[in-house]
Design a protein around this ligand. Structure first.
Ligand code: NAD
Length: 355
């Protein structure tokens, strides 16, 4: 048997490693680190290969591949979205992803991305809000208190200075879970019995519900002047959260228009309805909020560059945290052209290591 060389051993971050990594560094530092990396990567947007993600739709969900490259590294994420999964004890969204060296094509990181997706989605949401929400925003409503909810609340606390979170979910057990998880973090928490009650007095509203339909989680009369809306649950064809009328009153900001037109809230609008790309706001080429009375909307669907940034961040802290294993996932014959010989020698009863 041959022993794989270090070149062929791929750093692997399991779910357990990811949890330890966050514990070691602190959730605040990880959210801030991912946000900083996303911001830097969005500022060099033209350097990336970009395409809408490849989606395989089925009756109850979607499975998606999200690739991108900056010419030096290539990354992709596998992610699903199955709103009914929670009924059978599964997550709505699970993911894993990979980063590779473009020069050799060799993977340099394989990682769980279920936790990492929640971290990067929250970091991206809060980063967008830092440019779009009123700077004096202190109160956020979160509608939909499932897996993403607490990550969103903590990112907005850390990155935007939110001090109060008003929570609503159609399932009160989800709200109770979020209240428990968010206690003792310095946030004032308010459990609400309707979405209307939750948004009352909120400066920022995050919608993160999961339902495979055109839903109206936010009605037109619930959205007042000066609000920032962070709509993350409308991220698939036929799956939206906001009343169409809101979109006509809001200044709309998106990640990658060709993908958002298919998947975001703006699938409800004409294909030429004006939107602003966030990378242009982050790089100073477009303005964010016009004035204190404007309604701003981040029509979030989740874009491949955010996952690329998150993977690069995780890779950058691996040596410091030591939270990874090395996976024997690339065949590594001593003679690169003798793949067959490596297999044949391994099958021989008296197989011995090659010198
Ligand atoms: P989840 O299933 O864990 O939680 C969803 C919650 O929404 C549940 O508690 C459910 O009871 C609640 N809900 C459903 N309909 C509601 C309604 N009308 N009003 C109030 N609450 C309602 O899902 P999750 O992992 O938290 O994901 C939430 C959504 O965010 C999903 O739609 C997912 O696809 C999306 N998502 C988007 C991104 C992105 O980058 N934009 C990233 C991750 C997840």
């Amino acid at each position: 048997m041959t022993t794989p060389s270090n070149l062929a051993l791929v750093p692997f971050v399991s779910v357990e490693h990811m949890m330890k990594l966050v514990q070691n560094l602190g959730l605040e530092a990880v959210l801030a680190g991912i946000a900083a990396r996303i911001e830097a990567d969005f500022r060099r947007w033209p350097e990336f290969d970009k395409s809408p993600r490849v989606a395989a739709h089925s009756r109850d969900g979607v499975i998606e591949l999200m690739p991108t490259s900056d010419g030096a590294h290539y990354g992709f994420k596998y992610v699903n979205g199955h709103p009914k999964n929670t009924r059978s004890g599964r997550q709505t969204v699970t993911a894993f992803g990979l980063l590779a060296d473009v020069a050799t094509g060799y993977p340099v990181l394989l990682s769980e991305m279920t936790i990492l997706t929640a971290l990067r989605t929250a970091a991206m949401s809060a980063l967008a809000a830092r440019y779009l929400a009123r700077p004096d925003s202190r109160v956020m409503a979160v509608i939909g208190n499932g897996a993403q909810c607490e990550f969103q609340a903590r990112a907005f606390q850390e990155i935007c200075g939110i001090t109060t979170v008003r929570l609503f979910d159609i399932d009160p057990r989800a709200t109770a879970k979020a209240m428990r998880n968010l206690a003792d973090n310095g946030l004032t928490l308010v459990a609400c019995d309707s979405a209307t009650a939750a948004v009352a007095g909120a400066d920022i509203v995050t919608t993160c519900t999961a339902d495979k339909q055109f839903a109206t989680v936010l009605g037109d009369n619930m959205v007042g002047a000066g609000m920032h809306l962070n709509a993350i649950g409308g991220d698939c064809p036929g799956k939206t959260e906001l009343a169409r009328e809101i979109l006509h009153r809001a200044d709309i900001f998106v990640e990658f228009p060709p993908q958002t037109r298919i998947e975001g809230e703006i699938q409800q609008l004409d294909p030429d309805h004006p939107v602003t790309e966030l990378w242009q706001v982050f790089s100073g080429q477009a303005s964010g909020r016009r004035d204190a009375r404007a309604i701003t909307l981040f029509d979030s669907v989740g874009f491949a560059i955010e996952d690329f940034s998150a993977l690069c961040y995780i890779r950058s802290v691996l040596e410091e945290t030591g939270t990874y294993a090395r996976l024997d996932m690339l065949a590594d014959p001593d003679d690169p052209r003798d793949l067959y010989g490596m297999l044949a020698r391994a099958a021989a009863p008296d197989a011995v290591a090659q010198p």
